[in-house]
Design a protein around this ligand. Structure first.
Ligand SMILES: Nc1ncnc2c1ncn2[C@@H]1O[C@H](COP(=O)(O)OP(=O)(O)OP(=O)(O)O)[C@@H](O)[C@H]1O
Ligand SMILES: [Mg+2]
Length: 236
């Protein structure tokens, strides 16, 4: 396997709570195991706990724990909002305004760290608003990085996945791959996943079944056993 010096992907989801963080952590684990240096960012997080060091978000801490490259928390999650709400609403409650430019600056800064395999986890779904005019989807576009789409496998996911893939294509952003993540039980599971394999315009890295709960490191290792990262790296 070969990889460019700085390969980055934006991890988008069909919705919130569909497995973006779990998949990101699993991919970091797989890349670490394959011998790559890794880094994971969560530039915008709504839903943070107060700590002595400042606001802390579970996703950002998980990415920090799985990355091989040690980064200060503030570089991983520069915009941490306390309320677990849509980001622009949580920001307004704190008297803050979100912009693509600011997120872009933070991400560009963090991505100067020399690592081979980098992931930038989104927030919610593709068209999450940042303010009246900007959407978070403008961030991967401005960073000029491709997307890995996490499809939360449940009833309704075919429509969500196809709409998201259409929006990504319309934005002129490359969809590198997608991952099926079983967030709940679903009848006709295989038929649904096969439909997505046939209709989504990118390779599937694998299907993570419903896993038993555990620590994020345990979950990431188990989830990684269902994924292959070769198509991702070959597509570079
Ligand atoms: N395949 C799975 N098996 C078991 N639990 C899962 C699976 N996928 C996700 N989960 C759990 O579902 C919850 C949501 O997953 P996760 O946090 O990865 O979603 P997300 O898309 O990152 O959400 P957010 O939009 O909040 O960032 C988590 O508690 C996670 O551990
Ligand atoms: Mg997440």
């Amino acid at each position: 396997m070969s990889i460019k010096k700085s390969a980055s992907w934006f991890v988008a989801g069909t919705d919130t709570g569909v497995g973006k963080t779990l998949v990101s952590c699993a991919l970091l684990h797989a890349a670490n195991t394959a011998g790559y240096s890794t880094l994971g960012l969560k530039p915008l997080a709504a839903g943070c706990e107060k700590s002595a060091a400042g606001l802390r978000n579970e996703d950002a801490l998980a990415l920090q724990a799985l990355a091989s490259h040690t980064l200060p928390y503030e570089q991983i999650n520069p915009v941490a909002l306390e309320a677990a709400l849509a980001p622009h609403i949580a920001a307004a409650q704190e008297g803050k305004r979100l912009t693509v430019d600011r997120l872009l600056g933070y991400c560009r800064g963090a991505l100067t760290n020399e690592t081979q395999f980098r992931l930038v986890e989104g927030a919610g779904g593709w068209r999450v608003p940042l303010n009246q005019v900007e959407r978070l989807s403008a961030l991967p576009k401005a960073l000029n990085i491709p997307v890995i789409l996490v499809v939360g496998i449940r009833l309704g996911c075919l429509n969500h996945a196809l709409l998201t893939a259409e929006a990504i294509a319309r934005d002129g952003v490359k969809l590198s791959a997608w991952v099926a993540c079983s967030v709940e039980e679903m009848p006709a599971l295989e038929e649904n996943i096969n439909t997505l394999r046939a209709l989504l315009p990118a390779p599937c890295l694998g299907h993570i079944p419903r896993l038993q709960q555990g620590s994020i490191k345990e979950l990431a290792a188990e989830a990684a056993s269902y994924l292959q990262i070769e198509p991702l790296i070959q597509a570079l």
